[in-house]
Design a protein around this ligand. Structure first.
Ligand code: PAF
Length: 288
């Protein structure tokens, strides 16, 4: 049998200096650039971001960096899945041009002293309340990626919806000339949103996990149909907890600011949920 042709591996760079040399060459050739920031452990959701990046720009840079500053002291930084060989194969198949894979010292050298402190959608009592310091770490590392790559467009999953709004706000506030785009959540057949953390789930936890999406879907439909949001969400909260989750929040928020919706204004709503099953914390969201 003929061997399938092996896709060419994307170029890998580990330093900002090497990254900028490649980018300068591309820019000389008038190529526009899309960036897909990741922490590796890539799945079909990430691959869909790279596919969108390829449609949006001539050259695609993917970063892989498990960013220590966005993990709290009791979170999963040390056990976060690291699957670099498999990631590089997926990126080769997806057609990424360059992978930026810095080590921690490249991003946070000795003497590093400048962290961003985002507010607005980073201070609304959702993940910011349960993961103190998380969005400082995210905003700081993404700002560093933006100023290192200076992409024309950057693509993030809608799954981390609060993160997406924090990054949009940060890029706007710092006048970073990048278009921040959210891409649709990719789900398993039973509705569970793809996440690098799904590998932590035991079989019974995995079986219970789709309840998050079921509740989001049912609640969005009921609210869109005129149901009282608080009553709808309170039923949803009970259903999630009776499936064995410890609920952090299930909330309806203004889709742009993530503030509590003002009943006088007809703003678009987003439902967001975060809950823990066993040791694994899952998040999900849906538009109303
Ligand atoms: O969503 C992620 O994978 C991370 O939070 C990001 C945006 C790559 C920053 O480390």
């Amino acid at each position: 049998m003929a061997k399938a042709a092996k896709k060419s591996q994307p170029r890998i760079v580990k330093t900002v200096k090497a990254l900028r040399e490649v980018l300068a060459d591309w820019r000389k050739r008038k190529a526009d650039i899309a960036l897909v920031p990741t922490m590796g452990a890539l799945h079909a959701g990430h691959v869909s971001l790279v596919a969108l990046a390829k449609k949006s720009a001539k050259k695609v840079v993917v970063s892989i960096f498990v960013n220590p500053t966005q993990f709290g002291p009791n979170e999963d930084f040390s056990r976060y899945p690291r699957t670099i060989e498999a990631d590089l194969d997926k990126l080769a198949d997806a057609g990424a041009d360059l992978v930026f894979m810095p080590d921690a010292k490249e991003i946070y050298p000795d003497g590093f002293a400048t962290m961003l402190k985002p507010a607005g959608p980073a201070a609304v009592g959702l993940d910011d309340k349960f993961r103190p310091g998380h969005f400082e770490g995210v905003a700081t590392v993404v700002a560093k990626l933006f100023t290192s790559v200076m992409p024309d467009i950057a693509i993030f999953g809608d799954k981390d919806y609060q993160q997406l709004q924090v990054i949009r706000t940060m890029a706007r506030d710092l006048h970073l000339p990048v278009k921040v785009v959210g891409a649709p959540i990719i789900r398993e057949k039973d509705g569970l949103a793809l996440s690098s953390r799904n590998v932590y789930l035991s079989p019974p936890e995995r079986a219970a996990a789709p309840v998050l999406h079921q509740v989001l879907k049912e609640s969005a439909k009921a609210i869109a149909g005129g149901g009282d949001p608080e009553a709808v969400l309170s039923r949803g909260r009970a259903k999630i907890m009776s499936a064995g989750f410890k609920l952090d929040y299930l909330e309806a928020r203004d889709a742009a600011t993530l503030a509590k919706p003002d009943p006088q204004r007809k703003a678009k709503l987003r439902l967001l949920v975060a809950a823990k099953i066993g040791k694994t914390r899952l998040i999900d969201n849906i538009a109303v």
